[in-house]
Design a protein around this ligand. Structure first.
Ligand SMILES: C[S@@+](CC[C@H](N)C(=O)[O-])C[C@H]1O[C@@H](n2cnc3c(N)ncnc32)[C@H](O)[C@@H]1O
Length: 237
């Protein structure tokens, strides 16, 4: 029987085919960036944030979810989740105008109408829409502590009932891994301050903001990052 990949709960699926299609989607996105250096960076980023991790995250994004990606960079993951499901609406913003311009160019090039990007400082962002999921990958340690706290509070308020806040960030333990990440953060963005918090501190903050449940998972990588995924869910009613 022919195996089909359909974005529906009834799809017949061959796991190897599905994985290949996801890798194809990544390649399509990477190849749409016109600059070789950006393509290299995106390849590396997709390598680190691999298909398995993206699948884990996607479990929290319904096929028709309205998703906000805060600090989306070149828009890689917003584009990826938009390509996975045409009914999903994804919005991404980032402080960096060049990165947002690249994301917009790729959106046009791929002819996607379910993803949009705009340039914005997270410190000044005010939520003016509701979202089913708010995602922020490797951003929160780059903003001031009070900005991170406000974003979490506002994300909670902007989420629909049962909505999810998904944060990938840097844990403070083990310390040698934290030093490695600090060195890399400084190499990539020397002028950007860093404010790391432990998984427990983030959880406490999210529970205080009103989230009903918060889970955190360590993310294992061949590079010595102390990265973690935190998923905070708003109560359904
Ligand atoms: C490590 S990159 C992660 C990018 C993207 N989320 C990803 O996973 O590929 C951090 C991003 O945060 C952005 N950023 C830093 N400070 C920001 C701020 N105040 N407001 C919005 N974006 C910010 C940077 O421009 C950069 O694109």
């Amino acid at each position: 029987m022919e195996k089909k990949f359909l974005r529906s709960s009834t799809y017949q699926i061959n796991p190897a085919d599905l994985r290949r299609r996801k890798l194809d989607a990544q390649r399509t996105i990477i190849n749409a960036y016109h600059n070789a250096l950006i393509r290299w960076y995106c390849r590396f980023r997709f390598h680190i944030i691999n298909v398995d991790f993206l699948d884990t995250l996607e479990q929290h994004l319904a096929e028709d979810a309205h998703v906000l990606d805060i600090g989306c960079g070149f828009g890689l993951f917003a584009l990826y989740y938009a390509i996975q499901s045409p009914a999903r609406k994804v919005v991404g913003f980032d402080l960096s105008e060049p990165r947002i311009k690249e994301a917009q160019l790729v959106t046009q090039k791929l002819g996607l109408d379910n993803v949009t990007f705009f340039c914005q400082d997270a410190g000044e962002y005010r939520f003016n829409a509701t979202f089913d999921a708010v995602v922020t990958l490797d951003l929160l340690h780059h903003v001031a502590a009070e900005v991170a706290e406000r974003l979490i509070q506002q994300a909670y308020e902007a989420l629909t009932p049962g909505g999810t806040l998904i944060v990938k960030d840097v844990n403070t333990r083990p310390v040698h891994k934290l030093y490695f990440t600090y060195a890399l953060d400084k190499a990539m963005m020397p002028r950007s301050p860093v404010h790391y918090r432990s998984d427990l501190a983030w959880k406490q903050l999210m529970l205080s903001a009103g989230f009903a449940e918060v889970f955190s998972y360590p993310l294992n990588d061949y590079l010595p990052y102390p990265h973690m995924l935190i998923v905070a869910r708003k109560a359904k009613g």
